[in-house]
Design a protein around this ligand. Structure first.
Ligand SMILES: C[S@@+](CC[C@H](N)C(=O)[O-])C[C@H]1O[C@@H](n2cnc3c(N)ncnc32)[C@H](O)[C@@H]1O
Length: 180
């Protein structure tokens, strides 16, 4: 899917998380950095990914003051954040990895998290074909993704839509509020 899309599919997250000046955003599994589109004036953004080539590309293409990328796992990130996004990445993580991610996010992110992932139930036709060829080994119905975060976050799906421009995948976006 990479390369076919611009970062517009990240834009709903700006509204879902109510991103404002002063926010520090963590993007887990940032890929080639399109999520930096969320970082408006006064917003700091850190994208992390376990693929060094993606991080190098993202830094060259989108790096600027306040927008940085790190080759890192979420468990090694030491900074703190106000909000986080996990875009199209949960389907690469096992159940146990998703549960551990939720615990770690709860430690380093003070506010809400938005998880968005391709929706295998809502997808149709070519969207299903693309999903079936995706490298992710853990494509799940969205409620199953959200349930795995449930010990740390109260999650609800808030929006399902085609990726703007190309309509090659249908994403469901969620809002996950930290449990106290
Ligand atoms: C389908 S891509 C999505 C990239 C980006 N979020 C987007 O929507 O354009 C999934 C990304 O998750 C990254 N990834 C997989 N496991 C990860 C992990 N444990 N920690 C951080 N990133 C991971 C992959 O390297 C890949 O870049």
């Amino acid at each position: 899917m990479r390369g076919l899309c611009n970062g517009n599919y990240y834009l709903p997250v700006r509204e879902i998380l109510d991103i404002k000046p002063g926010d520090r955003i963590l993007d887990v599994g940032c890929g080639t950095g399109e999520g930096s589109v969320m970082a408006g004036p006064g917003v700091e953004y850190l994208g992390i990914d376990t693929e060094p080539g993606y991080v190098e590309y993202a830094t060259r293409a989108y790096g600027r003051p306040g927008v940085t990328f790190q080759h890192s796992d979420v468990h090694r990130v030491e900074a703190s954040f106000t909000k986080a996004v996990v875009m199209c990445t949960l389907h690469h993580l096992s159940d146990d990895e998703v549960r551990k991610l939720a615990v770690r996010l709860r430690e380093i992110v003070s506010g809400d998290v938005s998880v968005a992932d391709p929706d295998p139930v809502e997808s149709r036709g070519i969207q299903r074909l693309i999903l079936s060829r995706d490298r992710g080994r853990y494509i799940r119905p969205i409620p199953d993704h959200l349930r795995l975060l449930g010990d740390s976050y109260r999650c609800r799906a808030v929006l399902t839509k085609d990726i703007p421009r190309l309509r090659l995948a249908r994403l469901t976006y969620s809002l996950c509020e930290p449990l106290s």
